[in-house]
Design a protein around this ligand. Structure first.
Ligand code: NAD
Length: 329
């Protein structure tokens, strides 16, 4: 029997409220109360309901906006080019369908740069004549927070590049597993609430009004986006990573080019197996169309690029659900 309109309305409202609450705990308080997989499933449920009943989409629906909110205490930064999220898939079948659709749309077999999906938070770094001048969080995608002073304490972020270029790059700030374990051990000893995962610990550590606290937290970065690559005669994502490495950024060297699903499949299997050995958390892999010309042809939706996708690993059974912890950072 078809659901009547009132009960569909009610269900959508319930899902929205639930997701918005979890989103606030996750993005604003850095203290999630449910596992990501639970959030993702609920998000998909709302997405499907909205697809079936587009009249239900409201401005406050979590499907309509990118990530976080802006905290008070930091100067706001406008992102001239929005900092988007990534579309995601949870099975290899969906991934294959994505690749096939993309190839069809651009009428060619596209090379993909396969990258690890680092479980941290997105940052933007601006350099003028090779000097680091501004760093910010993604925030809600169009407005982020100025965290320059805190980012300056991270040793992986070069304060001066090897060439006097003016450039914006973006990447992931993360807390290595070892630092996370040590931090939580310390917090437990001190009777402080522990962080649910390294991503939330990294987010909490970056949003400190006292940069000495950030400095003590041992954060690191992997840089993966070069903005306005045409200025530097760079035409592919893989070449952009190489260029940024030469300038002095820390990039992840575990990326690999793939031209078909079999190679992508292999990459996923390789890194799913190596996942526990890595010094940092990953929650999946990211596929990016390698040629910038293809990226430009496909463009972005308001929320995600059409030329990239995240494949999320199945949830880790050993993850524990952290509930009811107070928010103190
Ligand atoms: P996301 O983390 O799923 O993916 C997008 C992000 O991936 C980018 O913004 C970037 O920061 C990161 N990334 C890592 N490696 C990358 C690479 N190599 N190239 C490009 N980007 C890379 O999306 P999101 O919008 O940041 O967060 C949404 C996710 O957050 C949800 O899917 C859910 O799992 C989680 N979440 C959980 C809760 C909860 O309560 N547990 C609440 C809200 C959101």
């Amino acid at each position: 029997m078809a659901q009547d309109q009132a009960s569909v309305d009610q269900e959508a409202e319930k899902l929205r409220q639930q997701l918005n609450q979890w989103g606030r705990e996750y993005y604003v308080l850095d203290q999630p109360t449910v596992e990501d997989a639970v959030y993702d499933q609920t998000y998909r449920k709302l997405q499907k309901l909205e697809q079936k009943h587009p009249e239900l989409i409201t401005a406050d629906s979590p499907t309509q906006r990118v990530g976080g909110q802006i905290l008070t205490g930091f100067t706001k930064v406008n992102h001239d080019n929005p900092m988007l999220s990534l579309g995601d898939v949870f099975s290899k079948d969906e991934l294959r369908a994505f690749i096939e659709r993309l190839d069809r749309n651009v009428e060619q077999t596209v090379a993909f740069n396969c990258e690890l999906k680092i479980d941290g938070l997105a940052i933007s770094l601006t350099y003028e004549n090779g000097v680091f001048v501004k760093g910010s969080t993604r925030g809600n995608g169009t407005v982020g927070e100025d965290i320059t002073q805190n980012l300056k304490t991270i040793k992986a972020i070069p304060l001066r590049l090897t060439e006097p270029v003016s450039v914006e790059v973006r990447g992931e700030c993360y807390m290595p597993k070892e630092s996370f374990v040590n931090l939580n051990k310390y917090r437990e000893e001190q009777g402080l609430p522990v962080f649910a995962n390294p991503r939330n610990a990294a987010a909490g550590s970056l949003r400190q009004l006292d940069s000495k606290v950030t400095a003590a937290r041992n954060l690191s970065t992997f840089i993966y986006y070069l903005m306005e690559p045409e200025k530097f005669d760079v035409t592919t994502q893989s070449a952009a990573l190489e260029k940024m490495r030469q300038w002095g950024f820390k990039t992840n060297t575990d990326s690999r080019l793939a031209t078909n699903m079999e190679q992508v499949d292999q990459y996923i299997d390789d890194y799913q197996a190596k996942r526990t050995e890595l010094a940092y958390e990953i929650d999946g892999i990211v596929l990016k169309a390698d040629p910038f010309s293809v990226q430009a042809d496909l463009g972005n939706t308001v929320k995600v690029p059409r030329w990239a996708i995240a494949y999320k690993f199945p949830p880790d059974e050993q993850e524990t659900v952290v509930r009811d912890i107070e928010w103190t950072v």
